[in-house]
Design a binder for this molecule. Structure first.
Ligand SMILES: NC(=O)C1=CN([C@@H]2O[C@H](COP(=O)(O)OP(=O)(O)OC[C@H]3O[C@@H](n4cnc5c(N)ncnc54)[C@H](O)[C@@H]3O)[C@@H](O)[C@H]2O)C=CC1
Ligand SMILES: O=C(O)CCC(=O)C(=O)O
Length: 524
């Protein structure tokens, strides 16, 4: 018998797979309800209201699985769960349509002043001239984040006769063409869009992606929507641009803090809001509840789950053997994703030396999970990494080679984008650890860990001194530094490690040095 705590409002009908399981006991109560004995709970089902912190998990020593009936897992401390060996699962696509439809409803409402006009009529007014709207037809819609929800919005926008511009570093030309959208840069979207809607996860990269600097580039009168996560559009900066009349209207379903309380944006008539209702339909709630209930049941029946955020899908024994290679594969994938700034359509992995005796397919999945890390907040683990790559139009190739470049083992991965290819090679050396030994055409040797900075520069006397000088002036301690070059006086690279990430200002000072071709922070 296993006890399941359903801590948030989750569709009862969707819980059927568990209600129907004679081994399951369902408790529908809040986690702080004094009647709940947290210590015996084995599965916790939540939406976004319950914050699943490390402290809460500490009170639940028998907890095996946390299920999020929805997409975003930002209310769950996933690293803490992983450390405690607790599986976290979600329901990635059950609420896609509902959220896309809600976004579209918000967009239409915004353009036609529907909430304002509705309140006015209810107040016994009849102000037809005050609520003249704007058509969607013929307008440029900018979509930032072209995953499941972004794609559904694009489809609907096209039916409404809108031109769709999208920005998503993961979107390949082929997929954009298939969806009939124009894949472009964030700057183009800012400059050309009449309406901009964001549909990315909230990550360090996307937090404030629409901030003052971005808002400055937008058309006067631009309309902005956020039905993804509060903070993707910086709320303080947005309030400034609504106040000065540059932004013509805003629709928000999500806030940096929910509920937002007394919020500067709420006082403006052209800001329309809903209380995080994107996924609040009977259909979406039934879908996500059924998905997670089925997954929890599958898990307790001893079978692998398919929507886990953090579960390696192999036995503990094999996992231990493969662990060092697993880590380096993941790091190679993550380095690639941070270095390749364009859409990638192919990832080819070559294994050589002793690593070929292991389950390389598993390592390929680990590499993919590293590649997707920080881009997608759902479902990117070894269980379904290949499916995720396929969904995103990325071909994954795996081969075995005898060429280990002088190492006992070598994992080499090439990411092919529209314009360029980028190769990273790594190895694991017993009693020494993981090393990256090749980066984009250069032999090098560094530990893939922490805050790194990958610099491409010209091999000229004094360049290392100039870099050192800038860092020294800012009291930045270089933990390690490795250099590589192909020939004297030609192109060269250095990889530096720091105790903390460099600021934008420090990066820009380095970038301005004469000999520097490009700089690229890598955080592992
Ligand atoms: N308002 C609501 O009730 C709901 C909100 N959501 C939110 O919507 C978000 C999107 O959901 P899905 O489409 O299902 O996720 P998804 O993972 O299918 O799509 C996210 C897309 O964002 C892209 N992306 C990541 N970093 C980016 C960046 N720096 N710039 C541009 N694009 C970037 C990814 O490549 C991916 O294609 C979720 O993360 C969740 O936070 C989801 C469901 C309901
Ligand atoms: O449970 C909800 O209603 C929130 C849905 C959501 O934001 C998500 O699935 O990421």
């Amino acid at each position: 018998m296993y006890q399941i705590l359903v801590a948030d409002a989750i569709s009862e009908e969707g819980l059927y797979p568990l209600l129907n399981d004679t081994n399951a006991e369902i408790i529908q109560k809040k986690t702080d309800d004094p009647e709940v004995d947290l210590s015996t709970i084995k599965a916790l089902l939540v939406r976004s209201a319950t914050k699943v912190t490390d402290e809460l998990m500490a009170e639940m020593p028998n907890l095996k699985i946390i299920a999020r009936a929805g997409v975003g897992v930002d209310n769950i401390d996933v690293p803490a769960a992983t450390k405690r060996g607790i599986i976290v699962i979600n329901a990635p696509d059950g609420n896609t349509i509902s959220t896309a439809e809600h976004t579209f409803a918000m967009m239409a409402s915004l353009m036609r002043n529907i909430p304002q006009a509705h309140s006015s009529v209810k107040n016994l007014e009849w102000k037809r001239n005050q609520y003249v709207g704007t058509e969607l037809f013929g307008k440029n819609l900018g979509i930032v984040g072209m995953g499941r929800i972004g794609s559904e919005i694009a489809k609907r926008a096209k039916v409404f006769g809108m031109s769709v511009l999208v920005f998503d570093p993961f979107l390949t030309k082929e997929r954009a063409a298939k969806l009939g959208v124009e894949s472009t840069t964030l700057d183009e979207i800012l400059q050309r869009s009449d309406i901009i809607t964001v549909h990315t996860p909230l990550t360090p990269e996307t937090k404030g992606i629409i901030n003052e600097e971005a808002l400055k580039k937008t058309k006067k009168g631009v309309r902005l929507l956020n039905c993804a996560r509060g903070g993707i559009i910086d709320e303080q900066d947005l309030a400034k641009y609504v106040a000065n009349g540059h932004v013509g209207g805003v629709a928000l379903d999500v806030f940096e803090t929910e509920p937002p309380g007394e919020h500067p944006l709420l006082k403006y008539d052209n800001v329309i809001v809903t209380p995080h209702l994107g996924a609040s339909t009977k259909e979406a709630q039934l879908n996500v509840a059924t998905q997670v209930a089925q997954e929890v049941r599958t898990y307790f029946e001893g079978n692998p789950v398919s929507n886990s955020i953090n579960l390696p899908a192999i036995s503990k024994d094999i996992y231990e053997k493969i662990q060092p290679f697993y880590q380096i594969s993941k790091q190679i994938g993550n380095i690639l994703t941070q270095c390749v700034k364009e859409g990638v359509h192919e990832l080819s992995i070559t294994y050589s030396g002793s690593v070929t005796e292991l389950e390389t397919a598993y390592l390929t999945k680990a590499m993919l999970s590293g590649f997707f890390k920080g881009r997608i907040d759902v479902n990117v683990n070894e269980v379904n990494a290949l499916l995720t790559a396929k969904e995103r139009g990325i071909t994954v190739g795996e081969k075995i080679s005898t060429e280990a470049f002088g190492y006992d083992n070598c994992i080499s991965v090439t990411a092919k984008g529209e314009e360029n290819a980028f190769t990273v090679r790594g190895t694991f050396i017993d009693h020494y650890g993981p090393r990256i030994v090749y980066l984009n055409g250069f032999n090098i040797d560094f530990l893939p860990e922490g805050n790194l900075l990958y610099i491409q520069h010209m091999d000229r006397p004094g360049v290392i001194g100039h870099v050192g000088q800038v860092l020294g002036d800012h009291h930045i301690n270089i933990a390690t530094m490795q250099v590589g070059r192909k020939q004297a006086g030609g192109e060269a690279i250095m990889v530096l490690a720091f105790d903390k990430p460099l600021s934008e200002n420090e990066l820009s000072l380095l970038n301005n040095l004469d000999e520097i071709v490009s700089i690229n922070p890598i955080i592992l």
